[in-house]
Structures are given as structure tokens and as C-alpha cells.
Write a protein that binds this ligand. Structure first.
Ligand SMILES: NC(=O)c1ccc[n+]([C@@H]2O[C@H](COP(=O)([O-])OP(=O)(O)OC[C@H]3O[C@@H](n4cnc5c(N)ncnc54)[C@H](O)[C@@H]3O)[C@@H](O)[C@H]2O)c1
Length: 342
């Protein structure tokens, strides 16, 4: 089996490369390193650093030459601009990568006969849902730029399947956590952020009152689903969720128990999260307060029965076990980072 993975130097793409290599797949790995990093590519059993081709998914000639050279069975399009405020601040770039880049993959896959494309989508497209757990087939359209890019990408996937008889599965990830999640970026995801604050013995700042609940999926469980969805033809969309929601306070409590560090958190109002992005508050039209608040306080919970029934997938990792693994690796990473950057 031969697979192309885009975004291979990122959090999820690197774990996927590891799992597919363990399964004996022949891999082509690409990343433009806009967010990815070489550290992600080093696992105990494999070092992928020399294998990754530095390429942008929007590069028409580059993607063409990879697909033309050939015999690619599966394309995993994991590359994307994921941080929500980055997409909101630079919508042209977000749409260019998350939509146009994906269409470049679809078009070349059409011409050169890829069996199936697996697209990294998101449960953020359910941001306006009011009934939970959310199933794949019925939800109100999203509002913010990031989920709209992923929603648009799904529409083009459906178009290629309906028009050309191609096969694409859009996997809608819940909040993914695990080792390699980037704790150093400007707006790190919540779990690696709180682990970083515990590592340095600092007081974490949470938004709202910490009772807001989201659903999660552990990264190694997710990549197992990404391998399982290769079966089947035509278009499909499938939720990847542990099917349980946890509050900010519950996760922080667990992390404190695991690390043995107990530091009371402080709580800031909803605007605080966005204030690192002054561009959103400048110009004739500025981001509306109810949008800021909705994003911080929104509840998420996806129904994962489609993944279980069609693809035989079950999330295996509980929150405590997943957090233990993340904390162990992130503490090791930060020790190394501090040593090298002292
Ligand atoms: N992490 C999550 O909780 C989560 C949840 C839902 C969906 N997703 C989606 O999963 C995918 C992977 O997320 P992640 O958390 O691993 O993010 P990440 O930022 O760690 O990885 C994305 C990778 O894509 C690369 N990339 C970005 N633009 C590119 C381009 N134009 N050409 C080539 N490579 C490019 C980046 O350098 C990075 O290595 C994204 O598409 C994201 O939208 C992630």
C-alpha cells in the first residue's frame, strides 16, 4: 500500500506516518513547515526527518509530479491551517490552504487515479449545533472562517465524488490531544497549554469559568480510525470522538493529580482569549462580542456510532491514560527545549 501524507510534520500527520510505517506502508510525506517541526518526526523506532519533502499542498506542479510518478493508493490530506484565530485574522490564506490546497489534491487524484482520499475535517463545523450528541448528517452551517474552510472542503469532496465517482472520507476530528501537540505556538491548544503551565509551575489562565465542556479524541485512537476508513467507496463523513465531554476544570484537576503539582487557576473573561489578536478589533467592522463568547463557551459532543458501526472503530484510551502519556512526553520535550535554548 502506498500513501501520501500531507502535513506530515504536524501533530497528527506525524503520528499517522508512524502508524502507517508500522503497518508496512510505502509513504510519501510532505509538509511546508509553516506550523510543523522536525521534532515531531522523531519517534523511538523511526526518524522521518530525512524523508519529508518540503512542499506546499497548493503547489500545482509539485503535487502533480508526486501523483504522476505514481501508484498512490491513498492520500491523507492532514495539512491545514488549524488555529482558529490565525484563520480569522488571515482568511485569504486560510481559504487558500484549507480549500484551494485540498482542491489541488482532489484534481490531481482525479487525473492520476488515487483510490481514496482521507481528509482531516473538524467537529468545529458543528459550532452552531443545538442538539447533542451531533450526528454527521444534520447540523446548522458554521459561522467562523476556520470551520467554513473545512465545510467548503467537504462540499468539494462531495462534488468530486458525485461528479467523477471518486472516493473521499472526511473525518471530523473532535479536540485531538496527545504527545507532539504544539505547546509553544502563540495560541496552543488547551490541553498542551495547561500542561506547559504546570511544567513551569505557573498559574494557568482559563477563559470563562472553566465549566465549559468539549469532547476529545486521543491521537493514537484517531490514527487507528484514519486507517480503518480506507474501506468503502464514494463520499462519507465520519465523527472521530471519544464520545464523552470534559470540562476545562475536570481536565485541569486530572492533570494536577497526575503531575502532583497543585496550582489554582485564574479565570479571565471571554475577550481575553482573543486580545492577542488585535487585528480582530480594528477596522470598520470588528468581531462581535457574542461570537467571542460563543466560541469560548460552546459545548461539543459528537456521536461516534457511525465510526463504530461502519468502520469497527472504538476509542480505546481514557482521558487519564491519554493525559498521562501527553504529560510524560511534553515534560520531556520542554526539558530538552530548555536545555537547547538556554
Ligand atoms: N488538533 C486538533 O484538535 C484538530 C481538530 C480538528 C481538526 N484538525 C485538523 O487536523 C489537521 C492536522 O492538525 P494538527 O493538530 O496536526 O495541526 P498541525 O498544525 O500540528 O499540523 C498541520 C501541518 O500542516 C502543515 N501545513 C500547513 N499548511 C500547509 C501547506 N499549505 N502545505 C503543506 N503543509 C502545510 C503544517 O506545517 C503542519 O505541519 C488540520 O487540517 C486540522 O485542521 C485538528
Amino acid at each position: 500500500m502506498k500513501a501520501l501524507i500531507t502535513g506530515a510534520a504536524g501533530f497528527i500527520g506525524s503520528w499517522l506516518a508512524r502508524m502507517l510505517r508500522q503497518d508496512g506502508a510505502e509513504l510519501i510525506l510532505i509538509d511546508n513547515f509553516s506550523y510543523g517541526k522536525e521534532d515531531n518526526l522523531v519517534f523511538e523506532e523511526h526518524d522521518f526527518t530525512k524523508e519529508v519533502i518540503r512542499m506546499d499542498i497548493r503547489d500545482r506542479n509539485g503535487i502533480k509530479s508526486i501523483m504522476q510518478a505514481g501508484d498512490i493508493d491513498y492520500v491523507y490530506n492532514i495539512a491545514g491551517i488549524a488555529p482558529l484565530p490565525d484563520c480569522q485574522l488571515n482568511p485569504q490564506e486560510a481559504i487558500d490552504v484549507n480549500v484551494n490546497g485540498f482542491v489541488n489534491i482532489l484534481e490531481n487524484a482525479r487525473i492520476y487515479g488515487v483510490k481514496k482520499i482521507i481528509q482531516a475535517s473538524t467537529n468545529a463545523i458543528y459550532e452552531n449545533a443545538t442538539e447533542f450528541p451531533v450526528r454527521e448528517d444534520s447540523f446548522p452551517p458554521p459561522t467562523l472562517i476556520y470551520p467554513n474552510t473545512k465545510f467548503a472542503a467537504e462540499r468539494f469532496a462531495q462534488s468530486y465524488c458525485d461528479t467523477y465517482g471518486m472516493s473521499v472520507v472526511c473525518v471530523r476530528f473532535a479536540n485531538v490531544y496527545g504527545p507532539h501537540a504544539d505547546c509553544l505556538r502563540k495560541q496552543p491548544p488547551f490541553v498542551p497549554y495547561l500542561v506547559k503551565e504546570l511544567y513551569y509551575g505557573r498559574t494557568p489562565v482559563f477563559h470563562s469559568d472553566g465549566t465549559q465542556r468539549r469532547d476529545y479524541v486521543y491521537v493514537e485512537d484517531l490514527v487507528k480510525l484514519l486507517t480503518a476508513v480506507r474501506k468503502g467507496t464514494g463520499f462519507d463523513a465520519v465523527n472521530a470522538s471519544g464520545n464523552a465531554s470534559y470540562s476545562v476544570n475536570e481536565i485541569y484537576q486530572l492533570a494536577q493529580e497526575i503531575t502532583g503539582k497543585h496550582i489554582p487557576a485564574v479565570y479571565a473573561d471571554d475577550r481575553h482569549y482573543w486580545e492577542k489578536y488585535p487585528g480582530l478589533f480594528q477596522g470598520a467592522y470588528t468581531i462581535r462580542d457574542e461570537i467571542l463568547s460563543h466560541e469560548i463557551n460552546k459545548f461539543s459532543l459528537c456521536d461516534n456510532s457511525h465510526a463504530m458501526e461502519k468502520y469497527g472503530w472504538h476509542p480505546e484510551t481514557g482521558m487519564r491514560e491519554g493525559l498521562e502519556k501527553l504529560i510524560r512526553e511534553e515534560f520531556r520535550f520542554l526539558e530538552k527545549y530548555d536545555r537547547e535554548n538556554r
